[in-house]
Design a protein around this ligand. Structure first.
Ligand SMILES: Nc1ncnc2c1ncn2[C@@H]1O[C@H](COP(=O)(O)OP(=O)(O)OP(=O)(O)O)[C@@H](O)[C@H]1O
Ligand SMILES: [Mg+2]
Length: 234
């Protein structure tokens, strides 16, 4: 579903991504771990077609990112660090707006269902600017999936969420996986990575330094492998 070959990104003479090779199969749920500044968000932004790579080939669902970014955008759901929501709009208005951007059918019904799914029915018509960080994150999650994307790109999606919202988010990811969606999730939360992902990638200094599958929510394996990389063992 995602095929990345020798991807590099340079900005202001700084090498942010230094030759990333990665293949992700349809239906896989992959966590991207790594220290601050490693290049994780940059990688996600390239895939989300928000920034252009310096060199390399990226294919999503067989489409070349350079040539077909409009088609690719339609099948992507991207949750960035910042929420991308309209402050003065209510949750419902935000979801209807973004749903319309993607040409979602029966958009009001879909928006209502999502607001309910993320547990914000009580705040249906209140402007998002009055919301807490966690409430905004819940709506941002709903926004990212309003068009039922085939590929989900999530940048630290668990940040700021309470236990209830964490379960909501994890259920969203797992139910999208059941439908065949592919997820790439940047996170610092090893526990959540082990909880919902079947594969872990570690990024350090703009490169993938480890890539392994996990089973049975093996949090210890994730911590062990991560520490090995941070100690400089390869
Ligand atoms: N537009 C830019 N111009 C110059 N440098 C940039 C730009 N965007 C990102 N960088 C640099 O690239 C590096 C990687 O940034 P990135 O946001 O991808 O890291 P990250 O792995 O997501 O880190 P964090 O865990 O802190 O979110 C950082 O050193 C950052 O300063
Ligand atoms: Mg980041």
């Amino acid at each position: 579903m995602i095929d990345i070959k020798n991807l590099t990104k340079q900005a202001n003479n700084k090498k942010i991504l230094r030759g990333v090779d990665l293949q992700v199969k349809k239906g896989e749920t992959v966590a991207i771990l790594g220290p601050n500044g490693a290049g994780k968000s940059t990688l996600l932004k390239v895939l989300a077609t928000l920034i252009k790579p310096t060199s390399g080939i990226v294919r999503i669902n067989g489409l070349d990112l350079k040539k077909n970014h409009i088609e690719i955008k339609k099948i992507l759901g991207y949750l960035p660090h910042s929420s991308l929501l309209y402050d003065h709009y209510s949750p419902l208005e935000n979801l209807v707006f973004f749903g319309n951007v993607y040409g979602v059918r029966d958009v009001e019904q879909r928006a209502m269902k999502l607001v309910k799914d993320v547990g914000l029915s009580f705040f249906l018509n209140e402007p998002v600017k009055n919301f807490s960080r966690g409430m905004i994150q819940r709506i941002a999650i709903a926004r990212a999936i309003v068009h039922d994307p085939e590929v989900l790109l999530l940048d630290e999606p668990h940040t700021g969420l309470d236990q209830g919202a964490i379960s909501i988010l994890n259920n969203v990811i797992l139910s999208m996986k059941e439908k065949g969606s592919t997820t790439l999730m940047v996170t610092h939360d090893f526990k959540q990575a082990a909880e919902i992902c079947d594969r872990i990638i570690i990024v350090k200094n703009g490169k993938i330094v480890d890539d392994f599958k996990i089973k049975n929510r093996n949090l210890e394996l994730v911590s062990e492998k991560y520490e090995m990389q941070m100690e400089g063992v390869s």
